[in-house]
Design a binder for this molecule. Structure first.
Ligand code: MRU
Length: 356
């Protein structure tokens, strides 16, 4: 079966699957440069922390491909300015910022290296950006396998598990396979998944529109619930574990993820259901000691008040629309990364490891 592909990258051309239109319409749109990249990220035609970083960087690659640079310093300046601009498109997910820092570091190194000319510098940039696509898929498969192993060994004592996830962390949110949804995929491939549950994820409905779409597409047994059904689900359906993604994990393990994650973690604690975060190391921000330092994006009221241009909220009401919340480390049993599963207090061991 062909897998869903959020990002198409061929011969220096970038297209993304417009996620605003899913599941009704499946349409790819071109991203011709940084301005397009910023817009599709900001208005959530592409979303999910790893996909944001990859599309941002690929949009830069398409743009510098057609530019003529007379010297390396002007290429470096251009790249740095454009990367910082792309970081501003959505502030909470850290993956784009980490990718930007790594590319700026590479630019600085190549600028100083007298054995590399401006054309070679451009090529090295391209290679580094293209490598991100491959690496993301490989990382997600490793996350899936570590997560499945952890859940089967340490959680259930059961051969067939029931997993709840929130938002969308699958092929549509990454270069492929997915993080939390990758864990569900790996469990399913091992014939160890009895059932997956996904929550609707108001207001943007990533669960109902995107995760449900991926689960049906992959023929994974699954049920959709509204966000306000989580406690009832845990009381009545013997949930084995919750697995969610992350937009930014602080050094102490506090985790920003889609709004509603925090309340699921609280309900899980009450019901003794282990709560896991699945995320690549590029979602961990060791520069901040705790979740108090994470900037939470607030999105337009219209996402709450309207569905498909139809107003559903009473006119005149005020709205608050934070896109993410922070789950404290104390509610998290483990953080599933591509190099293993860590208790939040042990995460710091990963601080000085290279990402490659
Ligand atoms: O606002 P979104 O849809 O970009 O939020 C996505 C999430 O919160 C995901 O859980 C997170 O980015 C991880 S995606 C692998």
């Amino acid at each position: 079966m062909t897998t869903l592909q959020a990002i198409r990258w061929e011969n220096g051309k970038l297209e993304i699957l417009d996620q605003i239109l899913l599941p009704a319409i499946s349409r790819y749109i071109p991203v011709r440069g940084v301005e397009d990249g910023w817009k599709v990220i900001n208005n959530m035609q592409v979303r999910g922390a790893p996909a944001i970083a990859i599309v941002g960087c690929l949009s830069l690659a398409t743009e510098i491909k057609n530019e003529e640079y007379t010297d390396k310093k002007s290429l470096r300046r251009d790249v740095e300015g454009k990367l910082n601009y792309l970081v501003s498109a959505r502030p909470t997910a850290v993956n784009m910022k980490i990718a930007a820092d790594e590319l700026i570091q590479l630019a600085n190194k190549l600028t100083k290296d007298d054995t590399v000319n401006v054309t070679e510098m451009k090529e090295r940039f391209f290679e580094a950006i293209e490598a991100m696509l491959e690496k993301d898929i490989a990382d997600n498969k490793a996350i899936g396998d570590f997560g499945a192993q952890e859940i089967l060994k340490n959680v259930s004592g059961d051969h067939s598990v029931r997993i709840l996830t929130h938002c969308n962390t699958g092929s549509l949110a990454t270069a492929g396979y997915g993080t939390a949804l990758g864990v569900i995929r790996s469990l399913h491939m091992k014939n160890s998944l009895e059932h997956a549950y996904c929550s609707e994820t108001r207001p943007y409905n990533q669960g109902a529109r995107l995760t449900a779409y991926e689960l049906v597409y992959e023929k994974i047994p699954a049920t959709l619930i509204c966000d306000d059904m989580v406690a009832a689900l845990m009381k009545s359906r013997n949930i084995s574990a919750v697995v969610v993604g992350a937009d930014r994990v602080a050094a102490n393990g506090d985790t920003a993820n889609k709004i509603g994650t925090y309340q699921i973690a609280i309900v899980a604690k009450y019901h003794n259901v282990p709560f896991y975060v699945a995320a690549p190391r590029t979602s961990i921000d060791f520069s901040i000691p705790s979740g108090d330092h994470i900037v939470i994006e607030e999105r337009p009221e219209r996402e709450l008040t309207h569905i498909n241009n139809q107003r559903i909220a009473a006119p005149g009401i005020q709205c608050w629309n934070p896109a993410f919340d922070v789950t404290p480390a104390s509610l998290i049993k483990g953080i599933i990364t591509e190099v293993g599963v860590y208790r939040p207090e042990d995460l710091i061991q990963l601080k000085n490891c290279e990402h490659s």
